[in-house]
Design a protein. Structure first.
Length: 128
């Protein structure tokens, strides 16, 4: 199982330098866990920066994966992870969700650097 965080989804939808890396991981949506907070962040960003239609398309695409709701257990773990690693709330929820399901995270968010079970792709182009 894997989790693609919000930055990874935005990379995919925005056809960024690592879009193919994320597209390859999305070929089997049943193996992708999507925390509800990621749907919130991606929908909000795309609606603000592009359009409501694009945001609705993104949310529909994300719903093809295994959506994981925020449970009280994940919330408490996220709070502990936030304190331990100085993570923002959404990042901590994404990390807690991944850990609850023994899943690997794929992201372009440098806030996850150095955390176990996380692969961070540089926001720079893969060749540079």
């Amino acid at each position: 199982m894997i989790v693609i965080d919000s930055s990874g989804w935005l990379e995919f939808f925005g056809e960024g330098p690592h879009a193919k890396e994320f597209a390859n991981r999305l070929r089997q949506p049943a193996n992708v866990l999507t925390p509800t907070i990621a749907i919130y962040e991606v929908y909000k960003w795309i609606k603000r920066e592009r359009s409501e239609d694009d945001a609705m398309y993104a949310a529909a695409t994300m719903r093809k994966t295994r959506v994981v709701d925020l449970s009280d257990e994940i919330a408490l773990t996220a709070a502990d992870l936030s304190l331990a690693h100085r993570l923002a709330m959404a990042d901590a929820i994404i990390l807690a969700t991944a850990r609850a399901h023994d899943a690997q995270i794929f992201t372009t968010d440098s806030d996850f650097e150095g955390l176990e079970g996380v692969t961070v792709f540089s926001k720079k182009s893969p060749s540079g």
